[in-house]
Design a protein around this ligand. Sequence first.
Ligand code: KIV
Ligand code: ZN
Length: 506
Amino acid sequence: MNIKIFDTTLRDGEQAPGFSMNLAEKLELALQLEQLGVDVIEAGFAIASIGDFRAVSEISKIIKNSTVASLARASKQDIDRAYEAVKIARYPRIHTFIATSDIHMKYKLKKNEEEVIKIAREMVKYAKKLCNDVEFSAEDASRTRPEFLYRVLEEVIKAGATVLNIPDTVGYTTPQEFSKLILGIKENVRGVQNVDISVHCHDDLGMAVANSLVALQAGATQIECTVNGVGERAGNAALEEIVMNIHTRKDIYPFTTNINTKEIYRTSKLLSTITGVRVQPNKAIVGENAFAHESGIHQHGVLENKQTYEIITPESIGLTENKLILGKHSGRHAFSERLKTLGFNLDNEKIEETFTAFKALADKKKVVSDRDIEALVMCQTVQVTQTYSLDRFTINSGNTITTTSSIRLKYNEEIIEQVEASYDGPIAASYKAIDVLVGKNFILEDFMINAVTGGIDAQGEVNVRIRNNKGKSYNGHGISLDIVEASILAYISAINTMLDDEKTSN
Ligand code: KIV
Ligand code: ZN
């Protein structure tokens, strides 16, 4: 049995604080999700904003192999907007939902069961007239009275739903209880054998993956999940954990998926680069330590036979460390071959740009590792129009003087320069100077710095999040051997992203 993987990173994931993405970033991630092999990409909630609508429709234009879905509340206005955004997709889907639990119906919807059933039936019928593929979600299904849930589901099947989604909206259920619910649906809902049963589990009690997996055993045929488990509150079931469980424990989960597991690491990394949110080091499958063996006993075992402590191989998720060293003497050919090995299919222009960045790095760093190359590519891929770019900077700093930073930027073709001082060090002084040059003040909401590899000559990777005076936040990324330069580049990149967004939303 082949299980459908429905990815909602761009909708439920993007909804979570700190995970907002701009259009270019959403398109990049959508393409990577297609490369990963997900069956459905939930591209957004089209009615939520103009930006969301545009993202869903642009994703619908470029995705060829996966279904593209937009979320819609059970209302004509929402459904019309969702369809308008996905109609151009090769495989469009409208995903409509209404809450069915007593608590949601009473306090949120202020409607009784009969009213909710009527809305669900009529809105699925309405959506079906526009689009053949209609998914219906009974929000808070796991806290819904089962008999009522069965009735709602039976009605929406009659109205034309092709997928029934059973969300554990608040991450409350347990494996035993959820399994019973899915079995109950299979037993009590007429027509259920003709549609897909989907599950959508949140991780408030850390059970999202376990609940999703038991649902599969009980008969679910679609899993909704997100890359790195991002999503509302504690997040959603992590795609990589679901897929690798199925992949590793075929004896327990006799299923297949269309996921190319070798794309898992790259997808996870791309999301972290875009959002600036790294996964915890001990995160299953994609954490930095997921394949690290520290203790002597473990190392000894692994040296004798990897399977003593390794149940999945790093290669199976696309993590490779090439033994062939790249350095300043490596040519364009060797470099582009390495890009291919690492799974990047870049066009000639992008290869050229990345090669230039690689050469500059190799001039300063003896050995350029695969992680360095990945960081360079990821940083280049998610760049928007470079309205401002760094021409040069000079810092005068010390622990007994006030730091000054002189920043020279290119603004279109013009060179502009500003010197500012700060007691708070070179980054604060530089950001102050940039604010003056751009003529705006930003709130620095988040600043994160990481070393791409170990070693004194490691590249510094900086992610920042700034907020403008309209209350909108933007992420920026910068990478350099010099951490002050990486910090300046990250700040400028966030400003360019904001300017790009302002241009496209006008
Ligand atoms: O968690 C949830 O219930 C949802 C639905 C809208 C599918 O995200
Ligand atoms: Zn959700």
